[in-house]
Design a protein. Sequence first.
Length: 108
Amino acid sequence: MSKYKGLTKGFYTTEQVAQRRAGILKHRYKMTVEEYDEILESQGGVCAICKKPPEFIRLAVDHDQKCCPGRRSCGKCVRGIVCQRCNAVLGYIESNGILGAIRKYLKL
Ligand SMILES: [Zn+2]
Ligand SMILES: [Zn+2]
């Protein structure tokens, strides 16, 4: 391995990737990889909103912005795991406080 050190520079081993992911989950959502997998499994492995499976990137953890504004969560307000698109829509609706207006417009 050390023999090829120069060649592998800039690349991450699967172990490093897993460690990084675990670090981010813990840092942002106070969540373990096992907990993430559990939630995702309870959702059937798909986005909680549009029910689509992950495409290129992993599904994102969604949390209540009213409890924890920003990217980080206290860990208690995690609502579910959603795809990047739904996450962006949620973020847009919530940050602009337009959910009521949308419901009214769509007559929901
Ligand atoms: Zn989705
Ligand atoms: Zn919170």
